[in-house]
Design a protein around this ligand. Structure first.
Ligand SMILES: C[S@@+](CC[C@H](N)C(=O)[O-])C[C@H]1O[C@@H](n2cnc3c(N)ncnc32)[C@H](O)[C@@H]1O
Length: 242
């Protein structure tokens, strides 16, 4: 499995994730869907800094958060209700053998797009299926390729004041568009320190994802939009066949 990007795995960058992405209203839909589906046991794959995991745990759900970026999990550990979450440092395959039997698996923040190769995506779908009880739900989002969101991703040098008072200069440049892959380079300069990260994401369209879900033992119950990003995302609600 590909290593997570420095943006998530470098401790100096992982602590900035929630600072730069502080509006997590995107997670409201997942909290609602968990309630709608009656999920009590949830696995959050690619949980990152754990914003959804701790929120669900705070509502009394049993939650496992898994992510290969230890630095992001270290941030998650500091949050309220973190002590109620089972944190696992790894990818979805690390759930094997835990007999999770989850009611619902989620991947928020477009985690589904980090699986660039067919093999990594297939291994992840297999591991998610194995972590769910028969009839359990897999809910995840991915950007719709036809929207071409990357065309708006460049950020010219922008000065940002961090909560601790330090000044950061942030840039982002999309460097390669070779569909279905899009690569971008980010940098955050704080004083003399330059924190760089390179990311490649894969854009899969709806038919491809539906096909992949079916071939990995899921049925597709619904494909919704993300309420906070109308028209831009697909939110798949799939069900594990027994
Ligand atoms: C954009 S962040 C989203 C984090 C979190 N889900 C959220 O909504 O804030 C993408 C996450 O995917 C994780 N990731 C990268 N490779 C992964 C893999 N093979 N399996 C699971 N997660 C992975 C990264 O470490 C990172 O935390």
């Amino acid at each position: 499995m590909r290593e997570p990007d420095a943006a998530f795995a470098d401790p100096r960058q992982a602590v900035l994730y929630d600072v730069f992405d502080d509006d997590r209203s995107d997670l409201d839909a997942y909290v609602s869907i968990a309630a709608e589906l009656g999920a009590r046991h949830v696995v959050d794959i690619g949980c990152g800094t754990g914003s959804l995991a701790v929120r669900l745990a705070g509502e009394g759900l049993s939650v496992v958060g898994v992510d290969p970026a230890k630095a992001s999990l270290d941030v998650a550990h500091t949050k309220p209700y973190a002590d109620r979450v089972t944190w696992i440092n790894g990818d979805a395959a690390a759930l094997a053998g835990l007999s999770v039997g989850a009611d619902m698996a989620v991947m928020t923040g477009n985690v589904a797009q980090v699986f660039v190769s067919d093999e990594d995506w297939s291994d992840t779908l297999t591991a998610v299926h194995a972590a769910l009880r028969p009839g359990g739900w897999f809910v995840f989002e991915t950007r719709r390729p036809e929207v071409r969101a990357w065309e708006g991703w460049d950020i010219a040098p922008t000065t940002v004041q961090l909560p601790d008072g330090r000044i950061a200069v942030v840039t982002r440049t999309v460097t390669v568009v070779d569909l279905p892959l899009v690569t971008f380079e980010g940098s955050t300069t704080i004083g003399d320190e330059i924190l760089a990260s390179s990311s490649t994401l894969r854009f899969r369209d709806r038919p491809e994802i539906e096909h992949d879900l079916l071939s990995h033992g899921f049925t597709v119950s619904d494909v919704r939009g993300a309420p906070d990003r109308p028209g831009m995302e697909h939110v798949f609600v799939a069900r594990a066949l027994g």
